[in-house]
Design a protein around this ligand. Structure first.
Ligand SMILES: Nc1ncnc2c1ncn2[C@@H]1O[C@H](COP(=O)(O)OP(=O)(O)O)[C@@H](O)[C@H]1O
Ligand SMILES: Nc1nc2c(ncn2[C@H]2C[C@H](O)[C@@H](COP(=O)(O)O)O2)c(=O)[nH]1
Length: 214
């Protein structure tokens, strides 16, 4: 079974593009657990206390989503399991998780990756689509979406957190080699409001899928 994952910083447009792409491919979209996520607001309130718990929460939900998504071809996942690790290591570097928590998480993730059901011989998605956004766009979109606990007024230190996350995402994508990948310019392509831009993005992804599959 084949699966496509959407990657990108907070507010990059992953959920929006997940919906468009699943609709385009006639498949199902699998979203991150946000609205019903009882740990996320606690994390933003007290990251030192909740970084590890949030990570375990996301890992658990992510794994369940991957298993479900794998039941049919072309399903689309909002964020990859690899990015969870990127986010956690950023938090650990900021002193929000201790060495033991990092070791336990890394080992658990490694173990779970071995069990991933992408295919018996292939443990990675068919395609990773990264939406690259500048830091300025990232901030704009976080504000536009308006989740209260993600706003800079709620916690001004989020500015540095988001800036560093955006920087690490670019490096992460450059080094990502677990599957075929494609990058979408989320600053230039307004696939949310412009049907032409949405069509352009679908065409880019179709072309990449064709290249991979032939
Ligand atoms: N390419 C885009 N152009 C304009 N607005 C966008 C674009 N992508 C996302 N948005 C808007 O930015 C906000 C965050 O998008 P969302 O899809 O929730 O991001 P993510 O899932 O990556 O956090 C939403 O308000 C969405 O409508
Ligand atoms: N500390 C972590 N935070 C995470 C992780 N995965 C998602 N998130 C946060 C970031 C956003 O506030 C929210 C939803 O993410 P979007 O990018 O979809 O807006 O959840 C994680 O692994 N660790």
């Amino acid at each position: 079974m084949s699966v496509i994952v959407l990657a990108g910083a907070i507010g990059a447009g992953k959920s929006s593009l997940t919906a468009l792409l699943a609709n385009h491919l006639g498949s199902q979209a699998f979203y991150e657990s946000v609205a019903e996520n009882e740990v996320l607001p606690l994390f933003y309130e007290d990251p030192e206390q909740y970084a590890f718990l949030l990570q375990i929460y996301f890992l658990n939900k992510r794994f369940a989503n991957i298993k479900k998504a794998m039941q049919e071809d072309n399903n689309v996942l909002d964020r990859s399991i690899y990015e969870d690790s990127l986010l956690f290591h950023l938090n650990a570097d900021l002193g929000r998780a201790n060495e033991i928590e990092v070791r336990v998480y890394d080992e658990l993730l490694g173990n779970m990756m071995e069990e991933l059901p992408y295919a018996a011989h292939k443990k990675h998605p068919d395609l990773l689509v990264h939406i690259k956004v500048s830091f300025a766009t990232m901030l704009e979109r976080i504000e536009k979406r308006g989740r209260p606990y993600e706003q800079l007024e709620y916690d001004p230190t989020l500015y540095d957190y988001y800036k560093e996350l955006n920087r690490r995402y670019d490096l992460w994508y450059e080094n990502y080699n677990q599957s075929p990948k494609i990058q979408i310019d989320g600053d230039q392509l307004n696939f949310v409001e412009s049907p032409q831009a949405a069509q352009q993005v679908m065409a880019m992804i179709d072309e990449k899928l064709f290249e991979i599959r032939n």
